[in-house]
Design a protein around this ligand. Sequence first.
Ligand code: 8Y7
Length: 282
Amino acid sequence: MTVLTCGDRILDLSEPVVMGILNATPDSFSDGGQLLQQGRVNIDAVLARAEQMIRAGAQILDVGGESTRPGATPVVVDEELQRVIPVVEAIAREFDVVISVDTSSPEVMTASAEAGAGLLNDVRSFHREGALLAAVSSGLPVCIMHMQGDPQTMQNKPAYESVVDEVMDFLLTRSDELQAAGIPKDQILFDPGYGFGKTPEHNLQLIRRLPEIVAAGYPVLAGLSRKSVIGHVLNRKVDERLAGSVSASLLAAQSGAKILRVHDVEETVDVLKFWQAVAAAE
Ligand code: 8Y7
């Protein structure tokens, strides 16, 4: 049985779990701004959304204060702290759920861990100055993710010789570096980084060959919800990608992904439940 110790909570990953996306950003590409009022976090709105996702079956909530969509404007760390920490505190106070924090800032990592976070999710894989040390000191599990380039420029002609090999090499090398810095191997999650410096073809190949990444033996997180590969294949706008998104999450789960990072928790939970009922049939 794979279990992850997330601060004072235990996360059982023997079956796939759903991570609900909770953005406290004014500019995220599909739901940004809904939880902000005059640029400040509306805690009541955040708690209502958190409760909805938990009731729908989310076992993890991923709180983010900086949009990482292509071309997004970076935020200064004080603003990120002001957006994220009150949200982490409020959720930790009100609900029994693992709180993941989507951040690259060491200050936010440290403050989040103190406020009750259970997982650090850094799309930059703890490369910022001080981030690795903050992650080690937090004692929390960490998700490392492959990205080619940086969020400002990553979608300008991404190119690979073999995207799957390069993603694998990156994740294995970074895992070694994290372990050398003091993070136990069983506290490290892998994420191929769908949409982060990848063309639709690269993303499709990474979906099809996800079992190879799973085979490395780390719990895998897959974030495909509403992403552009789905829009590209189906010719759908961001708010029309529900069927594509739940299908993508199901494919990832069937390939062995253990955490599905999604906007649409209820629908994803239903689809996973149905698959598991079929899998359990005599
Ligand atoms: C991912 C993510 C985003 C992902 C992990 C979006 C913060 C863009 N995507 N974190 N974050 N994996 N680990 O479309 O795929 O949600 S933001």
